[in-house]
Design a protein around this ligand. Sequence first.
Ligand SMILES: C[S@@+](CC[C@H](N)C(=O)[O-])C[C@H]1O[C@@H](n2cnc3c(N)ncnc32)[C@H](O)[C@@H]1O
Length: 308
Amino acid sequence: MDQDPKLKYHQPVMTREIVELFESIDGGVLVDATYGGGGHSRSLLSSYPALEIIGIDRDSAAVARPVPDRVRLHQRAFSEMGELLDELGVEAVNGVLFDLGVSGHQLDTSDRGFSYREAGPLDMRMGPGSPHSADEIVNEWPEKRLAKIISWYGEERFATRVARAIVAARPVSDTARLADIVRSAIPAATRRTGGHPARRTFQAIRIAANEELEEVESAVEIALDRLAEGGRCVVISYHSLEDRIVKRAFAKRAQGCTCPPEFPVCQCGITPSIRLLNRKPLRPSDEEVAANPRARSAKVRAAEKVAA
Ligand SMILES: C[S@@+](CC[C@H](N)C(=O)[O-])C[C@H]1O[C@@H](n2cnc3c(N)ncnc32)[C@H](O)[C@@H]1O
């Protein structure tokens, strides 16, 4: 079933803050590494009339839509940003934006299999390059591996029980059946707290299907490498593991010298290559969360390149 035509493709998160963080960008090139419905890109284009955008999205549905002037959109995984920029003959860029996770369109289109609220196929692949389908994970992965991802990526405290229940119910036919199995595996008293009982398990399977954390880990490094001096990298993450990857990658480059404190003078010669624009992540306002509950877990980190 296609997405309900009345629904917006995606409601972008913290747009005002994102536009402000790229205040120095006009006249430059920005990579929107998670183009989605292009909401952030459109706001950036209207605030910065000389800006050019290279959009990336691995999802065929995102790249099938018409794009505004000044946008070149490519279907790639963002970990392939370096190769893409080489192909386009672009050495350095002035900004890179990541708005991680899934779009409203992906969640709301039941035949993509992301939703625990509707029946759909066990798919959850964001694009043709996504390495695993939910069907493979749910019906083929060993119980221990399943339990591990549900615990790590889903932060589900009943991961062992959930994995055991999934394996016992194989073959699992679709998302509605999976949601039922997860629900029954979670103790009745806990089911009433923390939202839908299948939310955390679905999130874990999605992250594993698309190797989302590996993607972020390599793409943030590439983005920082390809920034011109003064260029900015801004990341909106929605999951604590994603945020931790970004925080560490930024901290490593912002720190500079790695000599032990007892060395009287620096021996390593490493100087900071970025400066952090915010020590604590920016969070959405209460008004934004009330208007768009998907903004609830958003955290924004931003850094500026100080030496190319
Ligand atoms: C939260 S949405 C972005 C929404 C966008 N900022 C907007 O305003 O419409 C995330 C998008 O990133 C894409 N995406 C996620 N991981 C990706 C990856 N590793 N490579 C390329 N695109 C990815 C998804 O397909 C999805 O369309």
